[in-house]
Design a protein around this ligand. Structure first.
Ligand code: ADP
Ligand code: ZN
Length: 210
């Protein structure tokens, strides 16, 4: 099954991607994680992407479409995949169609903007492996230390409150139109994000089964 997860920053796409990944045994492709890794490694496109990411803007379509194309061509994607954070613009969705990538379902995780602002302020990410945590909802066992790899967890630069407002604005302007795009193709299912992650996960699994 080829799936897209759609939703505002902080709606919990990454967490739900993990749930689907475990249930269906298909890999998650997170363009955000790939871009952050590129920034950390100082690759050419990492350098280009960094300024946009820090400002809460989108990285240019050329760059993300390029990295997505390379990733999706790898063997582990043959049996299906979950796209987390791609597409984020109508041209990116059109690029998938042009590449001939079949999409079975698009799951939108819907969460109100106010809730998102609260959530992102508590989010922490691991400097080492990129795992994501939350000081209230998904704390690390030892404060400030990643459960998975033992590296330090930090606040992502783009999770600063002022940047979050910009990211939400970008989402509504550039990404939300994709709901229409995929609704017209009959592929959109919406899941209401719940307070409890486990509750949202149940709804997500139901949405992809149904
Ligand atoms: P979130 O969903 O929490 O905003 P991501 O980790 O998916 O976080 O993305 C972080 C940043 O990486 C985005 O704000 C954007 O700058 C960049 N990015 C990720 N995916 C894309 C994409 N498909 N198109 C453009 N920019 C992207
Ligand atoms: Zn880690």
């Amino acid at each position: 099954m080829n799936l897209i997860l759609l939703g505002a920053p902080g709606a919990g796409k990454g967490t739900q991607a993990e749930v689907i990944c475990n249930a269906l045994k298909i890999p998650t492709i997170s363009t955000g994680n790939m871009l952050r890794a590129a920034v950390k490694d100082g690759t050419e496109y990492g350098l280009k992407a960094k300024a946009a990411m820090d400002a809460g803007d989108l990285v240019s379509d050329d760059i993300v479409i390029g990295i997505l194309k390379d990733r999706i061509a790898q063997d582990d994607c043959k049996g299906g995949f979950i796209l987390d954070g791609f597409p984020r613009t109508v041209p990116q969705a059109e690029a998938l169609d042009t590449m001939g990538v079949r999409i079975d379902k698009v799951v939108e995780i819907h969460v109100a903007d106010e809730t998102i602002q609260r959530r992102l302020s508590g989010r922490r990410v691991c400097e080492g492996c990129g795992n994501s945590y939350h000081i209230d909802f998904k704390p690390t066992k030892v404060e400030g230390i990643c459960d998975a790899c033992g590296a330090k967890t930090v606040i992502r630069k783009d999770d600063e409150p002022a940047t979050v407002i910009d990211r939400l604005k970008t989402y509504h302007e550039k990404t939300a139109p994709l709901k229409d795009y995929y609704a017209k193709q009959g592929k959109l299912v919406t899941v209401e994000g719940q307070e409890e992650v486990a509750e949202t996960s149940k709804l997500t699994l139901k949405a992809i089964e149904g």
